[in-house]
Write a protein that binds this ligand. Structure first.
Ligand SMILES: NC(=O)c1ccc[n+]([C@@H]2O[C@H](COP(=O)([O-])OP(=O)(O)OC[C@H]3O[C@@H](n4cnc5c(N)ncnc54)[C@H](OP(=O)(O)O)[C@@H]3O)[C@@H](O)[C@H]2O)c1
Length: 215
């Protein structure tokens, strides 16, 4: 049976991805930091803390599929980013996926990126830098870890609204999406299942964004 670890599996996209793997018959470790999942095998860790990350890896042992979904996201103009907030974003979005791959040695890795890497909207530079690092990591480790391990990524467009986003901004984003609607979590979970089974695909980013990258 396939064993999967989904980070940030208590809410939103991570939750939907974990549920898709569970429905597919996998054993799923559902990682969380604060939002305790009510599905799969919950395992807690603050992924910005290397001791906590290492303890998680010891608890979980080896997995077949690692989904690096947990992430921080914040709108902060360049002038207001401090070394501390910059390092926090890197630790969660880039360093944690890297060392989870090293310590868990999965045979399949799926990294969650963002259309923001190719189509920045402005004001999220420290987030974008962290996701760009994850994108480079996807290709570098796909090469280094082949043929044992496949490393791929999903770059979602806006699929679920962040809390508090105004109706006006939502409408602007919708109009900037060629397919004319938000995707919801379903297409991202579907893409994760595809990449987990795509045995001759590695080093790829699947853009699941309603065409936003092209607009
Ligand atoms: N939503 C979108 O439209 C969208 C668009 C593009 C890309 N993405 C990417 O898709 C992924 C999921 O997005 P989302 O919107 O579902 O995320 P989200 O709602 O912002 O959830 C963030 C997740 O990260 C976890 N997390 C936060 N701080 C943590 C820490 N210190 N240690 C461990 N885990 C921590 C949270 O866990 P707890 O709740 O347990 O604390 C939560 O599960 C992210 O990688 C995001 O960048 C999302």
């Amino acid at each position: 049976m396939t064993t999967v670890l989904v980070t940030g599996a208590g809410v939103r996209l991570g939750r939907a991805i974990a549920e898709a793997f569970l429905a597919d018959g996998a054993t799923v470790f559902t990682h969380y930091n604060r939002s305790v999942p009510d599905h799969g095998e919950p395992v807690q860790a603050d992924l910005t803390d290397m001791d906590s990350l290492s303890a998680l890896c010891e608890k979980v042992g080896q997995v077949d599929v690692l989904v690096n979904n947990a992430a921080g996201w914040d709108k902060v103009p360049l002038a207001d980013v401090t070394p501390e907030t910059y390092d926090w974003m890197q630790a969660l979005n880039t360093r944690a996926p890297y060392f989870l791959i090293q310590k868990l040695a999965p045979t399949c890795v799926i990294n969650l990126l963002d259309v923001e890497v190719e189509r920045p909207v402005g004001g999220y530079s420290h987030y974008t830098v962290s996701k760009a690092g994850l994108e480079g990591m996807t290709r570098a480790l796909a090469k280094e870890l082949a043929p044992r391990t496949r490393v791929n990524a999903i770059a979602p467009g806006t699929v679920l609204m962040p809390e508090g986003m105004s109706a006006e901004v939502q409408e602007r984003l919708r109009l900037a999406t060629p397919l004319g609607r938000f995707g919801g979590a379903g297409p991202i979970a579907q893409a994760a299942l595809y990449l987990a089974s795509a045995s001759w695909v590695t080093g790829q980013t699947l853009h699941v964004d309603g065409g936003r990258r092209l607009a």
